[in-house]
Design a protein around this ligand. Sequence first.
Ligand SMILES: [Ca+2]
Ligand SMILES: [Ca+2]
Ligand SMILES: [Ca+2]
Length: 253
Amino acid sequence: MTKMFKREDFNIVTESPHQTEPSPSSFSRKNETSAASGGKLLKVVAVSFGLLCVLQVSLNVSLRLGYFTRSISESEAQVALLCESNNNVTKERDDLEKTYNNLLIRTRQLESSHENLMREKEQMYKSLLKAQGWVHNGSSLYYISSVKKSWQKSRDDCWDRGADLMIIDNRAEQDFVETYQKRMWIGLSDAKTEGVWKWVDGSLLQDSSSWCPNEPNNGSGKEDCGEYIPSKDCWNDHNCFHLNFWICEKKKA
Ligand SMILES: [Ca+2]
Ligand SMILES: [Ca+2]
Ligand SMILES: [Ca+2]
């Protein structure tokens, strides 16, 4: 047969044999006290946990605030550095602009001075050439002698002046020569090959229309040098040892 145990049986066994059996009311108080202690403990734990949470949040906020404060300070410092750098760059740019403008003014002054000097040089050059007997016409300079010499001596004189006897290239040059009304040696000769007239630069005479009528006639078989005849405004072959005025020509520098 199975014995059925009641709650009271257990309570009796666990108590000392000398202890009086607790009354049902005291047992109930004991349970209430134990429950109250557990509730307090739970409250303490809950409050502690809550405090810990608040503490954690405060700590997090403090840490974040510290971090952001440092970041802001660092950013402000960087901004200050950038501003200072920008100010320096701006000042350098302003200084460079000022220097550039000064150089521009100086360059214009030098250009103006250079142009004045070039004009003065040109004037001095013209004055010097005029003093040396040179005349400017077109793209050439001409020297007309005031004494008479043979054709070769005349040419030597032109060489000494950095020129040569005149080569008449066109009508304008012939007209220029005509204004002097002098019988003058020009740079034309057939001394190397009779009848083959060449200019002093070695070029062959192309246009024979300026010879005087019936010239060149190689008179007496000894006329190998060309001269300008002002009275007829044409050319004649003449004895190279005859004394004549002469005209030199050189290109403008
Ligand atoms: Ca010429
Ligand atoms: Ca001849
Ligand atoms: Ca002749």
